[in-house]
Write a protein that binds this ligand. Structure first.
Ligand SMILES: [Zn+2]
Length: 311
């Protein structure tokens, strides 16, 4: 099994408690990976900024987690390597290492300064969500639904596209997504969001947004958070719900858009697939329900092609 995961909060979580990837406390760890049956593995590691971080505090927090990310590369040079270009992906996975993609969750990391965008891109941050749940200098998140993109937000979108940083619309409110769709030029993605038609949560995507992402040849990463998988009785969320969301996406023509965005170490996820060493359970069930070709696209191929093409 090959795996490409568009979102986890593992590095941020490890930094907070002072632990490293060698420790099994997190859903993703070196030893869990060794027992996972995964033969090629690309993982987006988000530097996550909670809404309490703004301005100088956001810059300092970003830098602290970035140093922790670099520390993991230094501690485990035979196990993990950073992806800086699309060509790096298979070079790294063929060596049996984790192909680690640095990402940022919340444009608060820019602290309202356009020059920060290029700086983060030069450090290898390949994709960034414009907000977390609250509003940032860029625009409104799902908790601030009346706020669209700000004038700075519109400049930031253009600058991100100019420097080649992919825009992630997960966490944006609909008003801000609508503003973004009017000005975007490049392909974009939703790293960890599901279908609102299947589970009515503001963090999930409307059919219209799904179609926009399909149209621009972007990606949608299925989020395992129980509240985004299943409405009514989220405690019973499981593999069948992942399949329901994927099937809905397929009905909207998203066969080359589907991907995974686990949200590991940042969300309450079903016990059946709550860590990297249990992904084979999810894979086998998807293979049975969706067939091998679609499961391969979902787990690896679509995201691989997107990153190879865009970086
Ligand atoms: Zn998130």
């Amino acid at each position: 099994m090959k795996l490409f995961d568009l979102h986890c909060d593992t590095i941020t979580g490890l930094e907070t408690v002072g632990l490293h990837l060698g420790n099994d406390a997190a859903a993703i760890s070196i030893s869990k990976l060794e027992n996972s049956g995964i033969s090629a593995y690309a993982q987006c590691f988000a530097i996550f900024l909670d809404d309490k971080y703004r301005g100088k505090a956001a810059i300092e927090k970003w830098d602290r987690i970035y140093q922790w990310f670099l520390k993991q590369l230094e501690l485990y040079p035979n196990k993990i390597e950073q992806v800086l270009t699309g060509a790096d992906l298979e070079k790294i996975t063929k060596k049996g290492k984790i192909a680690a993609i640095l990402t940022t969750e919340s444009g608060a990391a820019f602290a309202g300064q356009l020059e920060r965008i290029q700086e983060l891109r030069e450090k290898g941050c390949l994709l960034t969500s414009l907000t977390w749940n609250g509003d940032t200098e860029i625009g409104g998140g799902v908790y601030t639904p009346k706020i669209g993109l700000t004038p700075f937000g519109k400049e930031a979108v253009a600058e991100m596209e100019r420097v080649g940083m992919i825009i992630d619309v997960s966490h944006l409110c609909d008003k801000a997504v609508d503003d973004f769709l009017k000005i975007r030029q490049k392909p974009f993605l939703a790293s960890h969001s599901n279908c609102r038609a299947i589970c009515n949560a503001a963090r999930n995507l409307t059919d219209e947004y799904i179609q926009e992402i399909v149209h621009c040849k972007g990606l949608i990463g299925i989020n395992y958070l129980i509240y985004f998988l299943r409405e009514g009785d989220p405690e019973n969320a499981g593999i069948s719900d992942v399949i329901r969301h994927v099937e809905h996406l397929l009905n909207l023509g998203a066969v080359n858009t589907i991907a995974l965005g686990s949200d590991f170490d940042g969300a309450k996820v079903p016990a059946a697939f709550d860590s990297i060493d249990k992904m084979n359970t999810l894979y086998t069930a998807c293979q049975k329900a969706l067939g091998t070709e679609i499961t391969e696209k979902l787990f690896y191929q679509n995201a691989l092609k997107f990153f190879q093409k865009n970086f």
